[in-house]
Design a protein around this ligand. Structure first.
Ligand code: NG1
Length: 498
């Protein structure tokens, strides 16, 4: 598939290309009745997968590469329809509903002025994720091109990516929504532009998303992992999965919704990494203006000294290790003294792109663990680069690198939790395991284990017995469905035909 080709030409997939369970959900969506009993003029079916990240955790928003793959069994799918309402004079509308209306309340938005659509961050509602994708698509359409949207749009959604599990349920919904908006407007895009629109769109819901999830959901290729790089621009390279191993995803069953308490967890890490970038730039005598990410610092050093990127990253990892040993985590006044600017000016000077979310973090946090966080980012990036520098992913070295990544997520980035620790320990000790780590944002959700192909059934049985049975207390046969599954590497989002 040529990824510079536009979606209209290349993104359609026959319904029969999906797993039988996915086909059943897609058929239910295409035959679902209109929430307002209105006949459809045009109807499009869309599927966007969740993803599992094999390596490169919490490095995307610092501008460094990651190695995820899309999932075959978990997705968000939707049917978007342009309909004729029974009352032809009713104002233009967008109705967002779910195949399960008892769990997800239907919401209708007035779209007489599409520019007035907005996401109310103070009153979270599940439909906001659709709006985020819709707005992201709208923003990225050149102002001359958006044709008038259909007056009445109805969307019916069905998703089975477990939420708060680190498998990117939110991005799968945002991606499906972004693609739906482009499709219903009749605007064609490349996959890369779709990913960029979805990344920007997801920021409407208030998380300071890095870009890995939307890109993985759109750019992945069947049976492959994907190396995604964000600098100097979004690029993706398929990576063959190692022979003779399976990747098993296990849910620790502690939910962690990223948008909840974001200022104490996810968004705090984003702010800590940016403060680290600013402080390192200052200490290294680089101009601080224009520095937003740790990658910016690396690129400035490479540009100034003409050195190789990985070498500079390794030196900066050592530098952060040393600084963490010398001082504890700085407070905002410490950071202000280090940067030589008043504490009250930090938000306006360095976080003007997201003042609301970053302001909450700066206000809520007594200290910022910038040296531990940046050391994790540099070392995790070296792990990704190391694995990718080998001609083929080697299962044994990948397994031990996954173990090291987990230890760093726990000890330096502080994004594990007791449940994930138990689960990862059980996974590592189970028959056939080569390595295991938390995957996704962490603080709950899933672990991914690299397991010898021939032993995956024994591995799954052992994890079921020891984690879900002995630790969580589930009786045999009563473990929640989908808690443990093998990931095969799926294709990116598509318009479904048939
Ligand atoms: P999940 O696991 O889906 O919450 C989040 C971010 C990623 C990345 C990972 C950590 C969003 C939509 N996703 O993923 O960009 O930073 O955490 O590696 O914000």
């Amino acid at each position: 598939m040529d990824f510079s080709e536009t979606l209209a030409n290349k993104a359609t997939q026959p319904i029969t290309s999906y797993l039988p369970s996915v086909q059943t959900r897609l058929k239910a969506l295409s035959s679902a009745p209109s929430p307002s009993n209105s006949p459809s003029i045009k109807s499009i079916l869309i599927r966007a997968p969740g993803r599992v990240n094999l390596l490169g955790e919490h490095v995307d928003y610092s501008g460094f590469g990651v190695l995820p793959m899309a999932l075959t069994q978990y997705d968000v799918s939707l049917s978007i329809r342009s309909v004729t309402p029974s009352n032809p004079t009713s104002p233009s509308s967008l109705t967002i509903s779910n195949l399960d209306p008892d769990l997800f309340e239907t919401r209708k938005y007035d779209t007489s002025d599409p520019k007035s659509l907005s996401v109310d961050l103070a009153a979270h509602h599940w439909s906001h994720y659709f709006l985020a994708g819709y707005l992201g698509a709208f923003d990225s359409m050149p102002s001359s091109t958006p044709p008038p949207p259909p007056s009445h749009i109805e969307v019916i959604i069905s998703g089975n990516v477990p939420s708060g599990a680190g498998l990117s349920s939110s991005s799968a919904l945002v991606v499906a929504s972004t693609l739906a908006a482009f499709s219903i407007y009749g605007v064609d895009v490349t996959r890369n532009d779709l990913a960029l629109a979805a990344i920007e769109g997801e920021r409407y819901v208030g998380t300071l998303s890095g870009g890995m999830d939307q890109s993985a959901s759109i750019l992945s290729r069947e049976g492959m992992a994907l190396n995604i790089e964000f600098v100097p621009s979004l690029t993706s390279t398929p990576v063959a999965l190692p022979e003779g191993v399976a990747f098993v995803i296990c849910n620790c069953l502690k939910k962690k919704e990223k948008a909840v308490d974001a200022s104490l967890y996810y968004n705090k890490r984003v702010v800590e990494c940016r403060l680290a970038a600013l402080c390192i730039a200052k200490e290294k005598g680089l101009p601080v203006s224009g520095v937003r990410t740790l990658r910016d610092v690396v690129d400035k050093i490479c540009g100034k000294e003409g050195r190789e990127t990985s070498q500079v990253i390794a030196e900066l990892a050592d530098f952060c290790r040393g600084r963490a040993g010398e001082t504890g985590p700085p407070t905002l006044p410490d950071v202000s003294a280090a940067l030589g600017v008043p504490a009250g000016d930090i938000l306006g000077l360095y976080f003007s792109d997201r003042t609301v979310q970053c302001g909450a973090v700066l206000n809520d946090s007594p200290t910022f663990d910038i040296w531990l966080r940046s050391r994790h980012v540099f070392e995790e990036t070296l792990r990704v680069r190391g694995v990718l520098s080998l001609p083929l992913l080697d299962p044994s070295s990948l397994g031990s690198v996954m173990d090291a990544s987990h230890a760093s997520c726990r000890d330096l980035f502080d994004c594990s939790c007791p449940e994930l620790e138990d689960l990862v320990r059980v996974c590592r000790g189970a028959r056939g395991a080569k390595g295991a780590r938390l995957t996704g944002a962490g603080w709950g959700g899933c672990a991914v284990a690299c397991v010898e192909e021939g032993k995956k059934e024994e591995f799954i049985e052992e994890v079921k017995r020891k984690y879900y049975g002995e630790i969580l207390g589930y009786e045999e046969g009563k473990i929640p469905e989908g808690s443990i599954c093998v990931s095969l590497g799926g294709a990116g989002a598509s318009i479904v035909e048939g």
